[in-house]
Design a protein around this ligand. Sequence first.
Ligand code: UD1
Length: 364
Amino acid sequence: MKIILIAGARPNFMKISPLMAAFAKRNSIDAMLVHTGQHYDEAMSDLFFRQLGIPEPDVNLEIGSASHAVQTAEIMREFEPICIEQQADVVLVVGDVNSTIACGLVAVKLGVKLVHVEAGLRSFDRTMPEEINRLLTDAISDLLFCTETSGAENLRNEGVAEEKIFLVGNVMIDTLLANRAKADASSVLDNLSLTAGEYAALTLHRPANVDDPKVLSGLLDALEQIAADMPIIFPCHPRTQKNIAALGLADRVESMRNLRIVEPMGYLDFLKLMSAASLVLTDSGGIQEETTILKVPCLTLRNSTERPITAEVGSNRIVGANPKDILAAYDDFKAGRKPPMGTPDLWDGCAAERIADVLIDKLG
Ligand code: UD1
């Protein structure tokens, strides 16, 4: 069975890593990796390949940044001839980025089976580009692998046939568990002169939070108050760095001395930074899952989550982007009111192995 795996943006790389390893162990699977080049900076891409031991991509489409339509269209145009030339049996896409839907569409239109890993997640907020990518990719996939029961339920509610849906756990957590010991050895705390348990870690990159000056300044208001209690370490996504300057907020951010903006980190340093943080604040999807496993309280600066299990059993709390709500949640945290710290079913480090077995069974 020849499988083309697609990786495009930073959150894809940790999902691809355990799949490549599980496929390499099975003689009946011949896997090749296509990188679309949606993310291309050293810190957003190459570093992750090296740290996670992902083989060099067989092909890099080198698409880079552009508007949604242009980026999606360019990926489709560049991927189609490769898909034809390779005569693959399966195209496997992960997550919800533009590369996911672009390559998925190319595959199904060529009659190649499409497999979606991390299927069924829904924020029910169609203003998020990722929600559109998720809905569309799931609608055209042949096999859909879910991380949590809500994903499988959402697919059933959308009319996806039961025999296509597999609850297998979380490949991102496979990577976290496999790399915890390595991350422990990271010197990131020393490099930033931090003490474990005495700082917060922050990430922000969603268009809804960082493209609108009002929303972004509201977030800074809340962060300023939290930063009065402890340093906030903010590895800053390139999109957010550009927007802080473009929206005229650079002076304000610079004046907040306890909000420490640093360059995007590699996987191992960031894993260490999260694990030793007292609190994580984020608008990322994957970080809600990672903090659940690390049992670190997480305040999600969005109005919805597509990963409800992290708030039901895990340490995640969905607080939105309104400063009052963020500070109310922060007060709870300060008062020592602990969120639940449970572990979702099947988040045990074996999701990629389960996926490989199902693929052989169903498509081999
Ligand atoms: C993309 C995903 C988002 C994911 C995020 C993780 C979509 C629709 N969005 O958002 O779901 O959570 O990746 O990071 O696919 N840039 C660089 N260097 C890079 C990559 C991007 O400077 O290596 C800058 C460019 O200015 C670019 C901007 O970041 O215009 C946004 O990049 P893009 O890939 O369009 O979306 P992300 O915001 O990264």
